[in-house]
Design a binder for this molecule. Structure first.
Ligand code: 13P
Length: 287
């Protein structure tokens, strides 16, 4: 069932668990995430970066594929199709393409401009029954060309954006896209706590879910995080399983070169990673 992320995230915030956003890249990714969510009776968010949208030939292709797959696989758990780190223009493209949720990443604009653009999108999303994620502060590292310095969000600016009526708020708290460096200082729970105190019931979003230790994930959830984004970890699992298959020479045995066989270990590896994360985030059985 394709839905906005609003209800699932409000329930998660109230129930002290988090819904996973898993970024998709192609048919195998989408199928693996949807089937795992259904098997575990968990709500789920499919994240699509602008780069991945382009790779899949455009947002309309993505929306059509996801909607058709939900129907043909009989997926009954709540699924949100969400633009990840959207530009202002990208947001409008996804609204038109039939996404159920968007993220407007205005974090690189001066706060007044971030507020102005977010405010406009709050209105548009409300009219369409879509959910909207906004961002304050920045997520460190790089994802599909979106680069952030990783500065922690100003809690007062978070309140300003939350008060506009967004559905969920991503705030930089020392988190980074991709693998964490050896000398990573960890999440700033002080910042998270201050943000949660000022923004009340607002579901908070933790980007850069790959490689954050379990105890930090649990503490973040206890301080109001209700959505956690995972991208790189599924890519690493897929790559490792595919590498093993090829290195064992399985693509050369019988019809092992058939793409449905060649891509299957990677598909199963994504499923295992998604399952592990859903169990850790506490969303199993919450559909
Ligand atoms: P990772 O790639 O570090 O898991 O981050 C995902 C993310 O935050 C998507 O926006």
């Amino acid at each position: 069932m394709l839905v906005s992320a609003k209800d699932m995230l409000n329930k998660a915030k109230a129930g002290k668990y988090a819904v996973g956003q898993f970024n998709i890249n192609n048919l195998e990714w989408t199928k693996a995430v949807l089937l795992t969510a259904q098997e575990l009776n968990s709500p789920v968010i499919l994240g699509v970066s602008e780069g991945a949208g382009k790779y899949m030939t455009g947002f309309k292709t993505v929306a059509s594929m996801v909607k058709a797959m939900i129907e043909e696989l009989n997926i009954t758990v709540p699924v949100a199709l969400h633009l990840d780190h959207g530009t202002y223009e990208g947001c409008y493209k996804c609204i038109e393409a039939g996404f159920s949720s968007i993220m407007f990443d205005g974090s690189h604009y001066p706060i007044a401009e971030n507020v102005e653009k977010t405010k406009e999108l709050v209105k548009v999303c409300a009219e369409k029954g879509m959910s909207l994620e906004a961002e304050v502060g920045s997520i460190g590292g790089e994802e599909d060309g979106v680069v952030g310095m990783g500065e922690c969000a100003d809690p007062n600016e978070c309140k300003m954006i939350a008060d506009l009526g967004v559905t969920m708020l991503a705030a930089g708290i020392g988190n980074i896209h991709g693998k964490y460096p050896e000398n990573w200082a960890g999440l700033s729970f002080e910042t998270l706590d201050a943000i949660q105190k000022l923004t009340g019931d607002m579901p908070l979003v933790l980007h850069g879910g790959t490689g954050i230790p379990e105890d930090m994930i649990k503490k973040a959830i206890s301080l109001g995080v209700a959505k956690i984004n995972v991208n790189t970890e599924c890519q690493l699992s897929f790559a490792a399983a595919t590498r093993k298959y090829v290195e064992e020479g399985k693509d050369l045995q019988g019809k092992g070169f058939d793409p449905r066989k060649l891509l299957n270990p990677g598909f199963e590896a994504i499923k295992a990673t998604v399952k592990e994360k859903m169990e850790l985030f506490g969303s199993v059985g919450r559909a």
